[in-house]
Write a protein that binds this ligand. Structure first.
Ligand code: COA
Length: 187
């Protein structure tokens, strides 16, 4: 897995993502996850009931899927730096889905989710993805505010989509222009 990331051309894009420092409220690094990160991101998810509640094996499976991308954000306010949040994406042809995302409560509201989304979008653009979808609980105001500020629009509502507790899902999407360097982009 580590070797795969070391060889993957997106690694450079992600680790050298040109963040505007003015937008960041804490020093952080966004990078692809390694197998060693999976228990940590699962633990973050377990502490966030609004996140999709996956088993550890679900992360392992997505990390091994060539169409899956899991990014982690390391906050640099601790030594050694600690994984403080993650975002999990899956792509299919020119569309992709944000499957899950959570930031540890102690690191929320510092721009970590915004940075994870931005890095994920850049990675997906480089893979030729032109549209990103997601589903979110209708009551999840922090996530809705994040997605609206990141350019997502509500497409439709899925009635009683969620259980425990039962709730509607809002399906949101935004266009992402494929990178001019995308392998699938036609001249
Ligand atoms: C939603 C979540 C991922 C946001 O993570 P975060 O790192 O705190 O978000 P950011 O600091 O990057 O915030 C970016 C923007 O999102 C919005 N936002 C984030 N948290 C918010 C909150 N509690 N209330 C209102 N708006 C919020 C704001 O517009 C914010 O920009 P601002 O701080 O400049 O006002 C985090 O609250 C979380 O992990 N929630 C539990 C899991 C979850 O809901 N996952 C999403 C499932 S679809």
């Amino acid at each position: 897995m580590l070797l795969a990331f070391a060889l993957h051309p997106l690694t450079f894009i992600l680790t050298h993502y040109p963040f505007n420092p003015c937008l960041l409220k804490c020093a952080m690094r966004v990078r692809p996850c390694s197998d060693d990160d999976l228990p940590t991101i699962h633990a973050i998810q377990l502490k966030c009931p609004q996140a999709a509640q996956w088993r550890l094996e679900d992360y392992t499976q997505l990390a091994r899927d060539p169409l899956g991308t899991i990014l982690v954000a390391e906050a640099d306010d601790e030594y050694p730096p600690r994984v403080a949040g993650f975002a999990a994406f899956h792509r299919a042809t020119d569309e992709a889905e944000l499957r899950n995302m959570a930031v540890d409560a102690s690191h929320q509201r510092r721009g970590i989710a915004r940075a994870l989304l931005a890095a994920g979008i850049r990675a997906l653009q480089s893979s030729g993805v032109s549209r990103l979808f997601l589903e979110v609980r209708a009551s999840n105001q922090p996530a809705l505010a994040l997605y609206a500020s990141a350019g997502f629009n509500v497409l439709h509502t899925r009635r009683d989509y969620y259980h425990d507790p039962a709730e509607d899902a809002l399906v949101m999407a935004r266009d992402i222009n494929p990178s001019p360097f995308s392998p699938s982009r036609k001249k």
